[in-house]
Ligand binder design. Structure first.
Ligand SMILES: [Zn+2]
Length: 293
C-alpha cells in the first residue's frame, strides 16, 4: 500500500452549532413549511449556527453565561426563520431560554407547564401604558417559592416572558393569550437606568429589539454580567450582520469584539453581581437591525 498522494485534508473543526430553543423552533418551523422559506439575502452558504455567511460566522465567539433568571420567548409565525431575529441571540447566551410558537388558537402544553412551574415567577414584559395599571410592575417582586423541593423561604426565579415579533404581533399575543392574564406585566423603564447597565440610545426612542429587552430584564434581576454579555453579543452580531450587507467592513479586532472578549474572559469568575463591569467599559452600543414595525 502506498500512501495516498492526495491525503484527505484535515477536517475543519466542527462548527459549534447551537442546539437551543430558537434553533430547534426554526427547524420545526422549516419542516412545517409548505414552501421553502426564502429569507431576504438567503443562499450563499449561511452558517446554521449564527445565520451569517461563512466568512462572517461568529459561532467561535459565542459566550454563555449562567443566570438565575430565565427567558421564555413567544414567537411570531416566521420570527424564528428571520436571520435578523435577536431572540436567537438570547438563546445563544442564556441557557434557560425557552421558545414557543405563538398561535391564537392553540397553546403548547409545555408552555403552560413552564408557566405553572413553582420555581419560576413569570413576568410578561410589555409596555405598561397599554395595560391596566393594577397589573403593571416596574421592578421584580420577591415572592417566596411554593415549591417544597426548594429551601423554605427560597425566592422564585424570575422568568421573563418576551413577545418576540412585530409590534402588531406582540399586541395580538398580549391580548389573545388568556394564560398570561394572571401574571404581572413588567414595564421596563430604561431611562430609570438599571445599575451598571446603560443605554446609549435616546430613551425617547423606546422600541427595543428582543435581545435588548432581555438584557434590560437581566440587568433588572441583578444579572449585570449576563446583561452586558448579551448586549455585547448583540453588538458583535449587528456589526457582522451589517458587514455582510456591505455597510461596514468586518473588523474582528473592533472595540465591540474586544468588549465581548473581555466579558467572555471574565466568564463566571464572580462576574455576576456588579463586579468587573468597569474593566471593559461596558456601555452597550445599541443598534437596530430592522425598522420598528
Ligand atoms: Zn456561525
Amino acid at each position: 500500500m502506498f500512501p495516498s498522494e492526495n491525503p484527505a485534508p484535515l477536517a475543519p473543526p466542527a462548527p459549534q452549532h447551537p442546539d437551543h430553543a430558537v434553533s430547534r423552533l426554526r427547524t420545526q418551523r422549516l419542516a412545517a413549511s409548505a414552501k421553502p422559506f426564502l429569507a431576504r439575502g438567503s443562499g450563499g452558504g449561511r452558517c446554521a449556527g449564527c445565520r451569517l455567511v461563512a466568512s462572517h460566522c461568529l459561532c467561535g465567539l459565542r459566550p454563555q453565561v449562567s443566570t438565575r433568571a430565565g427567558v421564555c420567548l413567544l414567537m411570531g409565525d416566521i420570527e424564528a426563520l428571520k436571520p435578523s431575529n435577536t431572540g436567537w441571540l438570547v438563546a445563544d447566551v442564556v441557557a434557560d431560554t425557552w421558545a414557543f410558537p405563538w398561535s391564537r388558537i392553540t397553546v403548547d402544553p409545555a408552555l403552560l407547564e413552564l408557566l405553572a412551574d413553582p420555581q419560576w415567577q413569570p413576568y410578561v414584559v410589555f409596555p405598561g401604558e397599554f395595560v391596566e395599571a393594577e397589573r403593571v410592575v416596574t421592578d421584580l417582586q420577591t415572592e417566596e417559592s411554593s415549591d417544597e423541593a426548594t429551601a423554605p423561604g427560597a425566592k422564585k426565579k424570575p422568568l421573563f416572558v418576551l413577545l418576540d415579533g412585530t409590534w402588531s404581533e406582540a399586541r395580538k399575543m398580549f391580548r389573545k393569550s388568556p394564560y398570561l392574564d394572571r401574571f404581572p406585566v413588567l414595564s421596563l423603564q430604561p431611562e430609570a437606568v438599571v445599575s451598571n447597565y446603560r443605554l446609549r440610545r435616546s430613551a425617547r426612542e423606546n422600541h427595543f429589539c428582543t435581545s435588548e429587552v432581555a438584557a434590560l430584564c437581566l440587568a433588572l434581576a441583578g444579572e449585570t454580567h449576563a446583561a452586558n454579555t448579551l448586549a455585547a453579543w448583540l453588538d458583535v452580531f449587528t456589526e457582522r450582520y451589517l458587514s455582510v450587507k456591505g455597510w461596514t467592513r468586518l473588523d474582528p479586532g473592533s472595540e465591540t469584539h474586544q468588549r465581548l472578549q473581555a466579558l467572555a474572559a471574565l466568564g463566571g469568575q464572580g462576574a455576576g453581581e456588579g463586579e468587573g463591569e468597569d474593566a471593559a467599559g461596558l456601555i452597550p452600543r445599541v443598534s437596530r437591525l430592522e425598522p420598528a414595525a
